[in-house]
Design a protein. Sequence first.
Length: 349
Amino acid sequence: MLKSVDLRNLTVFPGACFHFSPQLNVVIGENSTGKSHLLKAVYSVLAVSAEEGRKPRAVRPRRPALQVRLAEKLTAVLRPETLGGLVRRKPGRERSEMNFVFSEAKLNIDLNFSTASTSEVVIEKLPMTWLEKAPVFFPARELLSISPNFVSVYDNRYLELEETWRDTCVLLGAPALRGPKEKKVKELLSPLEKIIGGRIELDKNGRFYLGIPGQGRMEMPLVAEGWSKLAMLARLISTGSLLDKGYLFWDEPEANLNPKLIKKVASSIMQLCKEGIQVFVATHSLFLLREFDILLQTKPFVKVSARFFELQLAEEGVSVQQGGSVDDIGPITSLDEQLEQSDRYLEME
C-alpha cells in the first residue's frame, strides 16, 4: 500500500505531503485546487510500475528506461504540452519533486524534473521491484459504453484524451476470473448486480451489455450513467482488478448521479476498502462526504481506516489540511456555500 507522497512544485502545489490511509482516502476542495492533478500524478507513477512489471521477461527496474517511461506516462495522463509544463509556474527555472513511500520499502521511488524537461525525469531513488497490481482510474464519466474498439483507436490515432481512459478500457476488457477466487467474486458482485438489475456481459466483438433476467440484454449506451458506473466496478471485480490488494482512483464519483445512487456508490467504495483495496476519491460533494462519514460509523465499516484531505487556495499556492476524520480538517471552504444556500432556502419559507 502507498503510505505517503511528498510533492514539491508540482502544478498548483508549492509543497505538500500526503499521509494516506491503507483503505479510504477522500480529497476535497474547490475547482482548481489540484484534486485531479493529485490523483493523476500518483496514479501515473503506480501505473508505470505495474505496466513494466507485466511485460514479458520483465527485469528489475533500471534507471534509464524508467526515467523515460515515467515522463511519457505523466505527460499522457496529465496532458501538458511538455513534461516541464507540470512544474509550478513561477519566474525562472524550477524543479518539481515527487517522493513516494510504500509499506514495502523496495517500492519506494523519488523523482524530479525541471521546467526544461521534455522526455525523461531524474530518478534519485530507484525502486527495487515492480508493483504487482495495476491501479484502476475512474474518470468522471463511465467508459463501458465507449469501450468497443476504443483501445485500438487510441493507440493508432492522436486523441486529446488522457491515457487513463485507455488504461481502464484495457482492464475492463480482461477476461473474468476462474478458479478458487470465483466464490469471493460472486460475494462482492451480488449486491452490485442487485442494484443495477442484472449482470455485465461482454460479447466477442468487445461490446458490453447489461443482462437483465427475463428481459434479455440491454446495450450499455442505453443504460443510465449511474448504473454504468456501478457496472464498471462490477466488471473490474469480476476480472480481479479490484479484488484483494489493489488501488482505485476515482475522480468525482458523484458526477451525474442522484443522491440515491451516490449512496450506493459510497457503500460500494466502502466495501472495496473493507476487502483490501486502497481507494483515492476526489470530490466536492457535501452529500458524498457526509455519506462516507455516516458509513464509517456503521457496524459493517466501523473498522475501515480513513483519511480526509482538504485542498485550499492561498496566495502562495494550494495548502493541505488532513486528518483521520472530517472534523480533523476543520471548516471545509468548498462546502460552506452549499450549507449557506440551505440556510437561505429555509429563511424563505
